[in-house]
Design a protein around this ligand. Structure first.
Ligand code: HEM
Length: 385
């Protein structure tokens, strides 16, 4: 009888495991089920928070996936994108124009974090919460689940100067995108697979305005001729005067699937960087393969997300920290020496086709730590972010 029970249990486990169709990438200390002893409900809590918020607001899944990518691509998966301020007094990453001035999902991470802090204080890092949340967001949007190895610790610095020159922007073409991804150990196939995240969510008008207004003044072409004319007409109607506040394309699409690639082949890509993938012969072949085979794309996307999740992670006690609030570095406790980010370069204009003065100006460096009263007031306003 006991043996029968054991066989039954093993069969159950095998079925449960089949849900996670991609084997986890195990990198040094990162491991699947990292919190099974210290906070067994960690992954369930994050999943429940993401699911309930996604059910109320369909912009949450795309927002979380993007947040995760933006965090990991710059200085690794250290939750630096979540910080409101950096102990060194730098203007934090989240204020960079490369984030398009909108990061969605920050409150979802806060909710998951405060729930987990009440259940298992100082155990679950913000970087891991973000990695779980991005996976759960993808699943909420229709992707089969995949394992997320955990054990990341949170960083203690965040500097918007780390982005210019190191981060892809919508005006980039394949050679530059490939170069930037390669610098992070990601292949051209990863680039194409991950870009499939653009099958959900949307973009502000100013992100693609270069393709629908004044495209090539030299030739007189106002609209990018490689864009489907019907789409161009619709976009021009939706974006009569692009400003950083317009976002008619936001949350237009809700299902994460290979429609991104079929749309690209139908000349309905939105950004220059999207369209570039179909114009370049090397990446076009991958676009075509993913357009033909949704299951192939799903697998490659999940694998690439696992690779992204392993970028420059901070591992081990005594390095980094487990923040108690994702927006703030802990004042006490083991702290990591500030890490060196990628070589900062002189900031370049992110959107050369727009007059620069339209963008918010960099705020001056702030001293840190500040007066406790100022912290209290900031904490109050933070609740409204
Ligand atoms: C290849 C280079 C990439 C470029 C140039 C790029 C650029 C952009 C831009 C300009 C937007 C619109 C932002 C806005 O107007 O608010 C956007 C949205 C988005 N990006 Fe990317 N992206 C790239 C790669 C990725 C990758 C690798 C992922 C994730 C794995 C990703 C996920 C998303 C998602 C989900 C959205 C929709 C966000 C929302 O609706 O809130 N992107 N991206």
């Amino acid at each position: 009888m006991e043996r029968l029970k054991l066989v039954f249990l093993c069969a159950l486990l095998a079925v449960a495991r089949r849900g996670a169709f991609v084997d986890a990438v195990i990198v040094d200390g990162l491991q699947v089920g990292f919190y099974s002893r210290t906070c067994p409900e960690a992954e369930n809590v994050v999943r429940d928070v993401v699911n309930s918020e996604a059910a109320m607001d369909r912009s949450i899944p795309p927002g979380l996936i993007r947040l995760f990518f933006h965090d990991c691509f710059i200085t690794g998966c250290d939750a630096s994108i979540l910080l409101d301020e950096s102990p060194a007094g730098d203007v934090p990453e989240k204020e960079s124009s490369a984030n398009g001035f909108t990061l969605i999902g920050l409150n979802t991470i806060d909710t998951a974090k405060s729930t987990l802090e009440s259940m298992c204080p100082r155990q679950v890092s913000c970087a891991d919460i973000l990695a779980f949340a991005a996976r759960d967001a993808a699943v909420a949007a229709g992707l089969p689940t995949y394992d997320v190895a955990a054990g990341r610790r949170d960083g203690v610095r965040s500097n918007m100067d780390d982005l210019p020159g190191n981060f892809p922007v919508p005006g980039h073409h394949v050679p530059r995108l490939t170069e930037l991804f390669a610098q992070r150990g990601l292949s051209q196939e990863d680039l194409v697979a991950l870009s499939g995240a653009h099958s959900i969510g949307g973009a502000h008008c100013f992100m693609f305005a270069n393709r629908i207004y004044g495209f090539s003044p030299g030739t007189g072409a106002d609209v990018d001729p490689s864009m489907d004319p019907d789409l161009a007409a619709r976009l021009r109607q939706a974006c009569p005067r692009p400003t950083p506040n317009d976002d008619p394309e936001r949350a237009r699409k809700g299902k994460l699937d290979n429609s991104y690639y079929t749309e690209l082949l139908a000349r309905r890509g939105l950004l220059t960087s999207d369209n570039a993938l179909v114009e370049d012969p090397q990446t076009r072949a991958v676009v075509e393969a993913f357009a033909r085979d949704d299951a192939l794309w799903q697998r490659k996307f999940a694998e690439a997300m696992q690779k992204v999740g392993a970028l420059d992670v901070i591992l081990g006690e005594g390095r980094g920290q487990v923040r108690t609030q994702c927006r703030l570095v802990n004042r006490q406790g083991p702290q990591q020496q500030p890490q060196q980010g990628p070589q900062s370069q002189r900031p370049q204009p992110m959107f050369p086709w727009l007059p620069h003065h339209r963008f918010p100006q960099r705020r001056p460096r702030r001293p840190f730590p500040r007066h406790p009263l100022a912290d209290m007031i900031n904490g109050f306003f933070r609740g409204f972010h």
